[in-house]
Design a protein around this ligand. Structure first.
Ligand code: FES
Length: 108
């Protein structure tokens, strides 16, 4: 059976204010809420040393606070330069009032 990891209560992330969370064995993550749906990505920008939870969240786009590059929070795909490497994403699952993810496979 797949192990799920609780990240935050569903009322914590509000649209435009993503929440940084930590989970054992995983890099810092960020949870976004968009129109009642939740999305989870790594929090560290793939371009440099900046936390996306400090960036500007608008709909499905998160803009990095350091150089202004952006990503699609649904897929992790880079949307604007200088970001070219996709963010890792995790499928958000709502369970008992919590945003959770399945623990990624080892090495994955
Ligand atoms: S560190 Fe994020 S765009 Fe440069």
């Amino acid at each position: 059976m797949t192990e799920t990891i609780r990240l935050c209560p569903i009322d914590q992330p509000v649209e435009g204010e993503p929440v940084e969370v930590s989970a054992p064995g995983l890099p810092p993550l960020v949870v976004y809420e968009v129109e009642g749906a939740f999305f989870v990505t790594d929090n560290m920008c793939t371009h440099g040393h900046a936390r996306l939870s400090d960036g500007y969240h608008n709909g499905f786009v998160i803009e990095c606070p350091l150089h202004g590059g952006s990503f699609d929070v649904r897929t992790g795909a880079p949307k604007t330069a200088p970001c070219v490497v996709a963010l890792r994403t995790y499928q958000a699952i709502v369970e008992d009032g919590w945003v959770t993810i399945a623990r990624p496979a080892q090495g994955g």
